[in-house]
Unconditional design. Sequence first.
Length: 230
Amino acid sequence: MRARDPQKERAIRQKALDTIVHHGFDGLSMQKLAKAVGVSPATIYIYFESRDDLILSLYREETRKMAEATLEGFDPGASLAVGLRIQWRNRARYCLENPRAAHFLEQIRHSPFHAHAEPPKGRDFIEAMRAFCRGAIERGELVRVPVEVYWSVAFAPLYQLLKFHLHGHGLPGTPRFVLDEKLMDQTLDLVVRALTPPARAARARPAPKAHAAPRSATRLPKPPEKKVIS
C-alpha cells in the first residue's frame, strides 16, 4: 500500500473545495481534480474511497473548524444576550476569514449530501449549545420553541447579512451593503428581543405614555410627522 503524504492530501482537499465553490458539485471529477493537483487519479483514491467520500470528508472538516471557532471564548452559562453576541462575533469572523469554506457549507446544506452526512459537529459543541439554551430557558431569558425555530431566529439573520456583505450588495436597487459592528449589534438586539418570552419582554419595556383610544375609534392612528425610523 502506498504511503500517505499529508501535503498531497491537503492539496487535494483545497483544490476540491475551490472546484466545488466555483463550479458546483457537478464540476468536480476525480480525473480533472487529479490533473489540477498534478497527481494520478489513483493517488486520490489513497485518501478517499470515492468522489462522495471526498465531499463528505470536506464537509466534516469544515464544520469541525467552524464549531471550534464558534466556541472560542464562549461560556455556556452566559446570559442569552452575552452568549449570542459571542457566537455572532465568532461565526461572523469565521465566515469573513474563510469565505470559500462558508460558501461550501452553504452549498452542502442545499444539496442531497446534507441528508447523508453524519452529524459533523463534535460532542463538545452540541453539549455547549444545549447547556446554553437550557440555562437561558430556566432563567426565563429564552422562549421555549423547537430547535429549528430557535436557530432560524437566532442565526439566520446573521448569515443573510454576511451573504449581503460578501456579495457586496443587498436587495436589488440598493447601494453597496457593508456589515459593520454597529449594524450587527442593532440586528442582534432585535433577535434577542424576538427570543425573549413575552412576559419578560413586557417587563423590560417602558410603559407607553400615549392615552388609550376611545372604544368607538376604528381608524388606525396616524404616524407621527417628521419622524425618521432608523
